[in-house]
Design a protein around this ligand. Structure first.
Ligand SMILES: [Zn+2]
Length: 196
C-alpha cells in the first residue's frame, strides 16, 4: 500500500472517531498512542476481521445471548474466535473476548506479541484485563461502551497502558449497533448512554 492510501485510511479512521465523539491522536511515529492503530497494523484490511467478529456476534444473538463476538488475529490469520455464552455456560464471565482469549491456546501463547483482538463492543474491565494479562498489544472494537470506561482505564492506568499499543473504537460501529437493535435494543441504549 502506498503512502497516499495509507494516509487516506488514517484520515478515514480519524473521521470515524470524530463521528463517535472520542478524542483521538494519530501519530505514525508512535507505537503507544491511544485511540489509534499502531503503524504495524496499517497494511492490514482490518475491517475484514471485524466482519468475522460480527458473524460471531450474530450467532450469539441467534442463541439468545448478548450479540457480542470476537476474533484474535496473528499474522493475518484468525487463530481464535469467541462469542458471548453467558446463558449456555451459566456464567457471568463467559464474555466473547474472554472466550476468544481462552481459545487462543498455543498460538496465542507463542506469538502474543503480534496478536490483535477484534471485538464488536468495547471490552469490559475483565476482558481488557484478560487481554493485558495475555499480552495482546492491539485491541480494536466496533461499538464504544459508555458503561465500562475502559478507554479511561487504558489512558490512566500506567500498567495497562504499557501493554497496549493499539486501542481503537468505531470500526464497523453501525453493523454492531444493527445487531443490538435486532436482538437487545434495551441494552443498546445502556451501552450508548451509560444509563439504564
Ligand atoms: Zn468482557
Amino acid at each position: 500500500m502506498d503512502d497516499c492510501s495509507t494516509r487516506a485510511r488514517a484520515c478515514a479512521i480519524i473521521g470515524i472517531l470524530h463521528v463517535i465523539g472520542q478524542k483521538h491522536t494519530f501519530q505514525e511515529s508512535s507505537t503507544n498512542t491511544m485511540n489509534a492503530i499502531a503503524p504495524e497494523l496499517q497494511s492490514l484490511d482490518l475491517s475484514q476481521y471485524m466482519r468475522e467478529a460480527l458473524i460471531e456476534a450474530d450467532l450469539a444473538g441467534q442463541a439468545g445471548e448478548f450479540p457480542i463476538g470476537a476474533v484474535i488475529v496473528i499474522d493475518g490469520a484468525i487463530i481464535a474466535r469467541g462469542r458471548a455464552t453467558h446463558q449456555q455456560s451459566r456464567s457471568q464471565v463467559r464474555h466473547a473476548e474472554l472466550n476468544a482469549i481462552l481459545a487462543g491456546d498455543e498460538r496465542l501463547w507463542t506469538d502474543y506479541k503480534r496478536a490483535i483482538l477484534f471485538t464488536t463492543v468495547e471490552p469490559c474491565p475483565m476482558c481488557l484485563g484478560a487481554a493485558v494479562m495475555a499480552d495482546i498489544p492491539h485491541i480494536i472494537f466496533a461499538l464504544p461502551d459508555a458503561v465500562v470506561h475502559s478507554a479511561h482505564t487504558v489512558e490512566t492506568n500506567p500498567y495497562v497502558r504499557r501493554h497496549i499499543k493499539s486501542y481503537f473504537g468505531g470500526m464497523l460501529r453501525e453493523e454492531s449497533v444493527a445487531l443490538w437493535t435486532k436482538y437487545d435494543p434495551k441494552n443498546l441504549a445502556y451501552i450508548l448512554t451509560g444509563h439504564q
